[in-house]
Design a protein around this ligand. Structure first.
Ligand code: CP
Length: 326
């Protein structure tokens, strides 16, 4: 067990080794058990987390805020538009100054080509851990919660389990590609055979794909890319289907929306779920575009674990905060 996580940042999924992620899972399960039993676990008494948001959130804000309170500390919700960032506060100043006020700085910044750099610039100038609440490249806390949920449903030995990470249709806006990218990076390390499915215009970033292939090689797992959702789902143990934008094809919103329109058949529906194993689970980080991205019949079915995933955000985040901010 690797426990030397004090003071560490979590920005990209591979910032923590596989053994360190195992430690996070162990602590997360312990904290979930303690909360169920009403056992106090104030590991972060008097500690304060800054939560700096450049983009909206339901689950991330709620789970970090509740999690810090349960750990005996406090989380300060800060919307970038109510700060002086637009009037000149640089990432260096946020890192230097917030690093002196707070014991950890969590940031959500998903702007294409901007967000991840911002987090790293703050991290270089901060004396406290930087936690990535989602950037345009990674969503590491979502994936820790997803991994925890998969372990709960399928057991700790996940070797040869088939996990499908699929693009799905949703016309509301060009959603970030951070969730599929984080999934293909983290899941091969835990033994799952990952099949990534998307239409040709919805490729993930080439360097992320190379790192995902490297993880699959290192851990002896399968990693396949297909452009057919039905084919991907055949025999799957886990179906994780969500929309993301065609940012590698075009960053123009209008053009991106036109491309998305071509693929309205990429909905997760009852017929497609029948192609998976009978005990397959359906996953989605939420928010989902209901009856566009996934039917009510699937997301509200017994196979759907979306609310467990949402709950596990809190336990996984509490584990990382307790380990890094102590
Ligand atoms: N899954 C997720 O990150 O949800 P929010 O955007 O509501 O935080």
């Amino acid at each position: 067990m690797q426990t030397d996580l004090r003071g560490r940042d979590l920005i990209g999924d591979l910032d923590f080794s596989r053994e360190e992620v195992e430690t996070v899972l162990d602590v997360a399960f312990d904290l979930k058990r303690k909360r169920a039993l009403g056992e106090p676990h104030a590991y972060l008494r008097d500690k304060v987390l800054a939560m700096l948001f450049f983009f909206s959130s339901t689950r991330t804000r709620g789970s970090f805020e509740a999690g810090m309170a349960q750990l005996g500390g406090h989380a300060a919700f800060i919307e970038s538009k109510t700060t002086q960032i637009a009037h000149g506060d640089t990432p260096k100043e946020i890192g230097e100054i917030f690093g002196r006020y707070f014991d950890g700085i969590a940031i959500r910044h998903v702007d294409w080509g901007v967000g991840n750099k911002y987090l790293n610039d703050v991290a270089r100038n901060s004396r406290v851990p930087i936690l990535n609440m989602q950037c345009e490249i990674y969503h590491p806390f979502q994936i820790l919660a997803d991994l925890m949920t998969i372990v709960e449903k399928k057991g700790r030995d996940l070797r040869r389990r088939k996990m499908v990470v699929s693009w799905a249709y949703a016309a509301s806006y060009q959603k970030p590609m951070s969730v599929p990218q984080s999934l293909v990076l983290q899941m091969p390390r835990f033994g799952m055979d990952v099949v990534l499915a998307h239409p040709p215009e919805f490729k993930l970033m080439p360097d992320i794909m190379e790192q995902a292939r490297e993880q699959a090689r290192r851990y002896g797992t399968g990693f396949e890319v297909v452009d057919d959702m039905d084919k991907a789902i055949q025999g799957a143990d886990i179906v994780y289907a969500k929309s993301w934008g065609a940012m590698l094809t075009t960053t123009d919103q209008e053009q991106g929306a036109k491309i998305i329109q071509k693929y309205s058949s990429w909905i997760t529906d009852e017929r497609k779920m029948k192609l998976a194993k009978p005990d397959a689970i359906y996953m989605h980080p939420l928010p989902a575009d209901r009856n566009v991205e996934v039917t009510d019949g699937v997301i509200d079915s017994a196979q759907s674990v979306v609310y467990d995933e949402a709950e596990n955000r809190m336990h996984a985040q509490k584990a990382v905060m307790a380990l890094t901010m102590k």
